[in-house]
Design a protein around this ligand. Structure first.
Ligand SMILES: [Zn+2]
Length: 131
């Protein structure tokens, strides 16, 4: 039986579902949120809902973006003959921070892992050949 009230327990459980968040951290985040003003809380919730509503996959590279094509694919100065294949959207950010790569990307959204039952059909490999 939890010592927290059901509403607090539910909030803690919601934070615990996030990656790398254990029970103690979830409780700390929950109590942080409870101490936020209504305006701060609405802004936090809106940022999540807006991201979920507005973000989409770029139809060319499968980057996650507010626009289709994304700002990279939509940039005529990028060299579309050079494609950097990356596992995750965060890899694009890492590459862009170097300011060295002037081509475009293709995001696989995962990697093949036979041990975990992830095969070529589970990630965006065939889309690389189709485009
Ligand atoms: Zn793109």
């Amino acid at each position: 039986m939890s010592l927290y009230s059901p509403s607090i327990e539910k909030l803690i459980e919601s934070f615990e579902r996030l990656p790398s968040i254990g029970h103690k951290t979830a409780a700390r985040l929950a109590f942080y949120m409870l101490n936020c003003t209504e305006e701060e809380t609405n802004e936090f919730v809106s940022s999540i809902l807006d991201a979920k509503k507005n973000l989409k996959y770029c139809s060319k590279c499968y980057n996650i973006s507010d626009t289709d094509p994304c700002f990279i694919c939509g940039n005529p100065k990028r060299d579309a003959t050079q494609i950097c294949v990356v596992e995750d959207v965060r890899d694009i950010i890492a590459m862009e921070k170097t300011h060295e790569f002037k081509g475009v990307y293709h995001v696989l959204h995962g990697s093949i892992s036979p041990m975990n039952g992830v095969g070529p059909d589970d990630i965006k490999i065939k889309e690389l050949y189709l485009d």
